[in-house]
Design a protein around this ligand. Structure first.
Ligand code: ADP
Length: 153
């Protein structure tokens, strides 16, 4: 089975995340959308809400699972025996950051040789980020334009 973990904060899920998952969907037998949760960090949406938004968004996708984890993504992947990490790339800053993480993860995965698979953001989606959505929500803007319909505040 070709299984990928798509890790992220998803605070909240955006149309950018949705686009990456939809396009990766035919490539894998299963995609686990795994919410990385750090109990010391402050989030706009609780873990339960973030999970609910994602579950609702992908309710008709039978190859999608939603989970959460604390700690290192690589340890989560090992615990699930998953060989692929899915990530999206928006811009050169993402590239530099993700390159270091992906290379580190490969090193830390030892003989498991866990690979990170990158998909480029679709044109028209590269400006979307959870932090921009949170900013719009804070100022009562039209956040609905940037998130799947399941995201309700
Ligand atoms: P993290 O805190 O791990 O970066 P995010 O929820 O912000 O978590 O992002 C999770 C993944 O989704 C990352 O790989 C990120 O690059 C990708 N992503 C977020 N927004 C977009 C977008 N607009 N286009 C493509 N990929 C995106």
């Amino acid at each position: 089975m070709r299984i990928a973990v798509f890790p992220g904060s998803f605070d909240p899920i955006t149309l950018g995340h949705f686009d990456i998952v939809e396009r990766a969907y035919p490539l894998f037998d299963k995609i686990i959308i795994a919410i990385g949760h750090n109990s010391k960090k402050n989030y706009m949406f609780s873990l339960e809400k973030r999970k609910e938004f994602i579950k609702k968004t992908f309710k008709d996708y039978d190859k999608i699972e939603v989970d959460h984890f604390e700690g290192l993504t690589i340890d989560y992947c090992k615990s699930k025996k998953v060989k692929f990490i899915l990530r999206g790339l928006r811009n050169p800053a993402d590239f530099e950051f993700e390159k270091a993480i992906a290379q580190t993860n490969r090193r830390l995965s030892h003989d498991d040789k866990i690979e990170t698979i990158f998909l480029l953001t679709s044109s028209g989606k590269s400006f979307i980020s959870s932090s921009i959505v949170r900013e719009i929500i804070n100022y009562n803007g039209e956040y609905e334009l940037l998130v799947p319909p399941a995201v309700k505040i």
